[in-house]
Ligand binder design. Sequence first.
Ligand code: PLP
Length: 386
Amino acid sequence: MTYYFDHNATTPLSDPVLACVSRVLRDSYGNPSSIHAAGQAARQEVEYARSQIAALLHADPHEIVFTSGGTESDNLAILGAVRQGGAAGKHVITTAIEHPAVLGACAQLQGEGVDVTCLSVNGDGVVDAEDVCRALRPETAVISVMQANNETGVIQPLEEISAIAHGAGVLFHSDGVQAAGRLGTNVQALGVDLYSISAHKLNAPKGAGALFVRKGVKLQALQFGGRHERERRAGTENVPGIAALGCSAEQLLKHRNSESLRLAALRDRLEQSIFERVPGVTLNSGSAARLSNTASLRFDGIQGEALVIALDLAGFAVSSGAACSSGAVEPSHVLLAMGLTPAEARSSIRFSVGLGNDEAQVEDLANAVAASVARLRKLSPEYQHA
Ligand code: PLP
């Protein structure tokens, strides 16, 4: 039995989503592009989900493009917007703490003759909107800044940045993959032109996502084939995944606020219990506003990977950094960008609470952390007890 505290890596399916997926897999197996009844039943599922997601984002259903997940949404937004009309000579602004899905797309564009400015963040992990302003150039095509960071949960000043972007006539993309389940996702209030979400971070299955594309914004497609998604994303739709994402969007609209409060209480209790039991622990995000479910803590004298393994053996799933880079030995690029030393970054653990966690699990986890840290520190030559 594992207690799961890694909800920023991926999430379990909620009961309504599981019921929706089963129903659609069983009943709506048609191809949404077929004109017969089976095809049209599947088409209805896709279009209903589109309206559910549009409602969550305060968008028009025509502004929702289905993708295979967060990575594809980020790629389509950045590559699609910059390549539209030719990439060479253009300029993109992003930040050093973005997910590899954004940084990788920017690196790809550099190879196509695009100049990329990668802004740093302060010690708490927050981007300064003034830095975005200073980085603007006449040839800037897109600014991409995430809504909340996957490792620290730190929330970025999107409204300020979107005002700057629009003042300069530049498109603004935000990766909302972590934030969408936990914060407001009103794309009008945020002022974003492009906004990425991913089903598997929202208690729905892997393999589906969506990109909000503001009306009038043109994107060059990444895939070529049929005329799906109004020629913005070729390929037969993942009907069960899309229906699940729609169902999860509806659930979020109903329960997100109360669930966020519940998770904040659990997260705060976890932090408090760890601080009470374990000396030499620091909250990496300082006093920055962050997602209600995320805690990135560093433990003096500990190797994060060793603590992850110790906790796994004790029956708790946590992460030593972004899931996508776990297994790699490099310290987290997010924590390094915040000014942590490589040793400090390596000693960090991310706890992310979510569906299924409760107070008893949190107390058990805090006890296991205290016991594991004490054991590992006995073996750590680096650790000098104060
Ligand atoms: N963006 C952020 C902030 C993420 O946390 C992730 C996944 O960890 C992604 C993008 C990639 O999403 P997906 O796994 O759906 O491709």
